[in-house]
Design a protein around this ligand. Structure first.
Ligand code: S3P
Length: 736
């Protein structure tokens, strides 16, 4: 078979740099180049960057992959010609900084052509232009945004994704409309302002002096006014609507600043400048300095202060289920076809999972308003990650990914934040090794995990701990292993993986209520739609809040009530809670309901050990319920709580003791005597659920509760403070 020919139309800064990067990173590739400037083509041939070059019309019929590296209006003007000349299998992409109008032009050319056209935009460049400015490193670790449509072919997307990865870029997905709005604000507006300020100063009388004495600030601010004028007029013409919209906002903002300046309102100005400074400092730190997620080096500590008393009322919907959100990305990426996810949890943990799959070459649009579109690459389509995959705070993500990565034909490394770096990974590494996996952990069986992909053999495994993460890890490995994988759990634990695999067309036998689940080898996943229900683990904070606070009456909408997750409801009901389920329905294979909860006088109970895995994440807030109940509550058989995001038995005991609660801990549990709660300062130990549990406790406290170290609440419940305030908690949030 002939070697694939990549044709780059336009050998300016972007096209030329792409050609240089491809040549450097894949010396054998076949690159053709076209440009209206014959000197650029000659220079590119002479320097060995392209193999051949010439007239675009002549080269188009030879292209297997075509990159339109032209100004936006030139792209929309040329697609007609392109469609008539390229071979029927040619994949086409572009680099235009405005997407909607190009897509409009492409869609007029028929479904077959537009399915092969993958709109793209590298967020890279410089104020220089032309082939002479081309730089093979221009795209290294820079973002490239693809804006495919519902009917764009996943194979074409994967090809374009791989092209940009080869150039060193990180590939993201976005809807075209969002892309154009975001870019209008973050790129187009700043360019406009730079042009405008230089132009304005040029027309002042003393412009010579102004430019002569201009200091660094002016040079920084006006740098982009040296950009290519033709290209930028094209961009504003193509993205007129979105730019005018953001320009109006900007003018409004300037007007109000002008007012403050006129009034010599220093306080008012300070307020705006401080806020802007903080925002910029944070985003520079997050996106340019650490190379990792903000969670790893939180710039500021989040502190909750909750005034005592009050009640909760109304109707609310908590964010999407964390377990299901992680799994939707994993299975969507491995499926053939396009998976649409709605209700996705936009928490830090789930976003890290999205980033990990992007790093492995999967194109994912979103999350945009809770929706994700995942262009699946198939079971064998993942690409080797170029850096360690950062799983943040999430044990679930790390353990599930371990099973998947153990079976790939490339090496990988999984890392996490401080809390995750101390959590046990032997529970997955051991059985995976039995399957033939090559996994190294740090001494003590903790992350990072270094994995060399291997051929796996199925095993029959009796899990020593009731862990859905271990079960799911082995099922993921089992998808690739030779033979029949059989896993038996010692107690019921969540079955989202089994349900979701069925949703993706994989036959899974057994599973809840049967303790054994069986998976046959050689099965593929077919893309599907997933509606993620609200997370019962997040709803749990409000189930307890309403139960303990007199006068409360709250409805939680669309909550997942999978029977392997409802331990919290059972336990609270056994304690006397007034909880009722309404509107029960099944959505995408998962049962959901609206849950009404009203205040009730709770009593202490001895919690049935069999309920432990069914309420495993809800114990922090259940301990708060126990502290507000009449009599004693006893929990045993819950040693797993010691190896969660924190040692939850210890962290909760410490916090409750400082509020004056009488309790006793055991290696595997806790005994709590209900009574009065005082106030005080609590350390959440960086554990999101400990932080939220103590926020709820304030409803029954005699004094305010201050909770430190709350930044990780964003891992599972972004916007918790706002939702809690909306429901009735007197919670304020500060950055320290
Ligand atoms: C989870 C399983 C549970 C739970 C975690 C999410 C999952 O962990 O605590 O928050 O999504 O599979 P274990 O499997 O360790 O019990």
């Amino acid at each position: 078979m002939d070697k694939e020919k990549i044709l780059i139309a336009g050998l300016g800064l972007i096209g030329g740099s792409l050609a240089c990067a491809l040549r450097k990173n894949e010396p054998d590739c076949v690159l053709l180049g076209a440009d209206s400037n014959a000197a650029s083509v000659a220079a590119a041939i002479e320097s060995g960057v392209i193999n051949d070059g010439g007239e675009l019309e002549v080269l188009l019929p030879q292209a297997d992959l075509l990159v339109l590296a032209l100004p936006p209006l030139a792209i929309s003007g040329i697609v007609n010609l392109v469609a008539s000349k390229v071979p029927p299998t040619c994949v086409i992409t572009d680099v235009g900084s405005v997407k909607s109008h190009i897509i409009e032009a492409v869609n007029k050319l028929g479904a077959d052509f537009s399915a092969r056209f993958v709109p793209g935009h590298p967020i890279a460049g410089s104020e220089q232009s032309g082939f002479s400015a081309a730089d093979p490193g221009l795209f290294a670790q820079r973002k490239v945004i693809l804006t495919p449509q519902e009917h764009t072919s996943p194979a074409a997307i994967a090809r374009v994704n791989a092209l940009w990865r080869k150039a060193g870029a990180d590939v993201l997905g976005m809807s075209p409309i969002r892309h154009d709005r975001v870019l209008a604000a973050t790129s187009h507006l700043p360019h406009l302002l730079a042009y405008a300020i230089v132009d304005m100063l040029l027309h002042t009388e003393d412009s010579d002096d102004i430019f002569r004495y201009a200091a660094g600030g002016f040079a920084d601010f006006s740098r982009v006014a040296s950009s290519n004028a033709r290209m930028w007029s094209d961009i504003f013409a193509a993205n007129s609507e979105a730019t005018v919209r953001v320009l109006d906002d900007y003018i409004g903002n300037l007007e109000s600043l002008k007012q403050r300046i006129q009034n010599r309102d220093r306080e008012g100005m300070m307020e705006i400048f401080e806020r802007a400074k903080q925002t910029r400092d944070n985003f520079i730190k997050k996106h340019y300095n650490t190379g990792k997620n903000s969670m790893d080096s939180p710039s500021r500590e989040v502190v909750f202060k909750v005034e005592p008393g009050g009640s909760v009322a109304g109707t609310l919907r908590v964010p999407g289920d964390k377990s299901i959100s992680h799994r939707s990305v994993i299975f969507g990426a491995l499926a053939d076809g396009i998976t649409e996810v709605s209700g996705f949890l936009e928490g830090e943990d789930a976003l890290n999972t999205v980033a990990a799959f992007r790093e492995m070459g999967v194109t994912i649009i979103g999350p945009e308003q809770g929706s994700l579109t995942i262009y699946g690459v198939g079971k064998h389509g993942l690409q080797a990650p170029r850096k360690p995959l950062y799983m943040g705070n999430s044990g679930t993500a790390m353990r599930l990914m371990a099973g998947l990565l153990a079976a790939q034909d490339f090496a990988s490394e999984l890392s996490g934040d401080e809390s995750l770096s101390g959590r046990p990974m032997g529970r997955v590494a051991e059985p995976l090794r039995q399957m033939g996996a090559n996994i190294e952990t740090a001494a003590g069986g903790t992350p990072p995990l270094r994995i060399k992909g291997s051929k796996l053999k199925a095993i029959d495994y009796d899990m020593p701990v009731a862990s859905a993460q271990v079960k799911s890890c082995l099922l993921l490995a089992g998808l690739y292993a030779e033979g029949v994988t059989r896993i038996t759990e010692p107690a019921v634990c969540r079955d989202h993986t089994e349900r979701m695999l069925s949703g993706f067309g994989v036959e899974v036998e057994g599973g809840y209520p049967d303790p054994t689940v069986t998976l046959r080898d050689g099965q593929q996943l077919t893309a599907t739609s997933i509606e993620v229900p609200a997370d019962i683990s997040s709803a749990a904070f409000f189930l307890v809040a309403a139960s303990i606070a007199e006068g409360s009456d709250l409805t939680l909408e669309h909550v997942g009530i999978n029977p392997t997750r409802t331990g919290v409801i059972t336990i609270l009901q056994q304690m006397g809670a007034n909880i009722s389920l309404h509107n029960e329905r099944v959505v995408g294979g998962e049962p959901v309901a609206d849950i009404r909860v009203q205040h009730a006088n709770l009593r202490g109970i001895e919690i049935d050990r069999r309920l432990v895995p069914l309420a495993i994440d809800e114990f922090p807030v259940l301990f708060v319920a126990a502290a507000c109940a009449e009599g004693e509550t006893l929990l045993r058989g819950a040693e797993e709580l010691r190896v969660k995001e924190s040692d939850r038995l210890e962290a909760m005991a410490q916090g409750l003791l400082s509020l004056g609660v009488v309790l006793e801990t055991y290696a595997d549990g806790i005994r709590i005597r209900g009574g009065e709660l005082g106030g005080g300062i609590i350390d959440s130990h960086g554990d999101h659920r400990i932080a939220m549990a103590f926020a709820v406790a304030a409803l029954r406290a005699s004094q305010a509760i201050t909770i430190r170290n709350c930044q990780n609440v964003a891992t599972s419940f972004p916007g918790f403070a706002e939702v809690a305030r909306g429901a009735g908690l007197a919670l304020s949030e500060t950055l320290e």
